[in-house]
Design a protein around this ligand. Structure first.
Ligand code: ZN
Length: 444
């Protein structure tokens, strides 16, 4: 079996030939846990989980090493934690609990490693030190910056030239930078921000070096596949390539895979637009298989239009499939179904094939081969309907903690903070009620 994948680096579909087929190495950039993930955050998770499953089928279950990280330090996390007057750890721990529940509801396989960025600070410092020694990076006012023009391959992934980057205002100008296109490897922490000791003073890493360090520590200097959302091509992935290549004098990844955006009524979905669909809320209303089916109806590189109509359409199909879900003895898969997935993960075609198989089962009800093809296809995709909507567990400790903080804020006449806490909990589906005997809460 061979798989062909579209490589952003070459803009072509290419056959995947792993460096070592008994240890295929794959990395996907995971979410930044500053609030509960929305459906747009979950698209790469679902899509690259399917890739992980297909690679395990081709090369063997123990022959694929998949790393999907958690970003637990970042400007957005710090801003949100400051806004709520809690620590970044408290914020990340509470969001992570919900995130992990969502992953298991959606039958996402556990990756081989799921590292948190802050556990790899010493590796980041080691790589930054090496980049300074090799003169690719310089220190300025407590910052360490990578000098982009020193790396000849800069722009090879995004196909942007340095001129495009500067004139397109894709970079921030700052007086501590030699050139506007230089990017941060390390920066000083402000008072009350999380910080780590480093040769350049107390500070914290830039976002890009986090992934480079986790990849090099957990998978090695060159990997087979690096994946993520299309919005990460520039600057995040371009900068990862620059740092890792210059640090190790080796190609960072042979394949770069990118999934398209999710649109909601024709607009790009992002938290700042406020049109987001939080996965946790969607899972309290719909079968996880319905949600997953919706996301797989469009090829991963195309933009996906997420709507209530799409959910109803998927619900209809999943409901029709339920009666054909059976325990089967054979492990055999349908070749057309598998071939669709081997062709750059063509999930719409694979789902269509399952529909055809169902049509054939209706004509020939006791055909064990067809039943096996259908059920094994569903299992490969992790798409078995669960019959029940997920009863989501709430992080009671976090909610009660936030309520007592709100109480304190009210005592201090900090009504702005008290309102922020109420709104934040509301966004998580929790309604507060103030009574004579204190504050109670219930699920919205
Ligand atoms: Zn990354």
């Amino acid at each position: 079996m061979n798989i062909n994948l579209f490589n952003t680096l070459t803009k072509k579909k290419e056959k995947l030939i792993p460096i070592n087929s008994s240890a295929v190495k794959m990395y996907a950039c995971g979410p930044t846990l500053y609030s509960n993930p929305h459906i747009g955050n979950f698209r790469p998770i679902i899509v690259f989980d399917i890739l992980f499953r297909v690679l395990r089928l081709i090369f063997g279950e123990d022959s694929v090493r998949y790393v999907r990280n958690i970003t637990d330090i970042d400007d957005k996390i710090i801003d949100k934690a400051n806004e709520l007057k809690i620590s970044t750890d408290e914020l990340v721990n509470s969001t992570q609990k919900i995130y992990q529940q969502n992953l298991s509801s959606l039958s996402i396989l556990s990756p081989t490693y799921e590292p948190k960025a802050t556990d790899y600070i010493s590796k980041m410092i080691e790589m930054i030190t090496s980049l300074i020694e090799k003169k690719y990076a310089y220190v300025s006012e407590g910052h360490v910056l990578f000098e982009a023009k020193k790396f000849k391959g800069y722009g090879s992934l995004s196909k942007f030239s340095l001129k495009d980057i500067i004139s397109g205002a894709r970079v921030e100008v700052a007086d501590y930078k030699k050139n506007p296109e230089d990017f941060v490897l390390w920066k000083p922490s402000k008072t009350n921000e999380p910080h780590w000791d480093s040769p350049w003073g107390n500070g914290r890493p830039g976002w890009h070096i986090e992934c480079s360090a986790m990849i090099s520590e957990l998978l090695g200097e060159t990997i087979d596949i690096h994946a993520g959302g299309i919005d990460l091509i520039f600057p995040h992935h371009e900068n990862e390539i620059a740092q890792s290549t210059c640090c190790h004098d080796k190609k960072m990844s042979n394949f770069w895979l990118h999934n398209g955006f999710i649109n909601f009524k024709g607009e790009k979905m992002s938290k700042s637009l406020g049109n987001t669909s939080i996965v946790n809320d969607l899972l309290s209303k719909h079968d996880p298989a319905v949600l997953k089916y919706s996301l797989l109806t469009t090829h991963y590189r195309q933009p996906l239009d997420f709507s209530n109509d799409l959910i109803s359409y998927s619900e209809n199909i999943i409901n029709k499939w339920r009666e054909h879900i059976k325990e089967v003895n054979s492990k055999e898969l349908d070749s057309e179904f598998v071939n669709a997935l081997l062709d750059d993960l063509n999930t719409p075609k694979a789902l269509m094939r399952l529909q055809q198989i169902i049509a054939n089962i209706k004509k020939d009800k006791n055909n064990d081969d067809l039943l096996a093809h259908f059920n094994n296809g569903l299992s490969l995709l992790g798409l078995n309907p669960s019959f029940n909507k997920t009863d989501l567990k709430l992080d009671k400790e976090f909610i009660e903690n936030m309520i007592s903080r709100r109480q304190e804020a009210k005592k201090d006449k900090d009504f702005e903070l008290a309102d922020k806490i109420r709104n934040e909990l509301f966004k998580q589906g929790i309604v507060l009620e103030d009574t004579k005997n204190g504050t109670t809460w219930k699920k919205n």
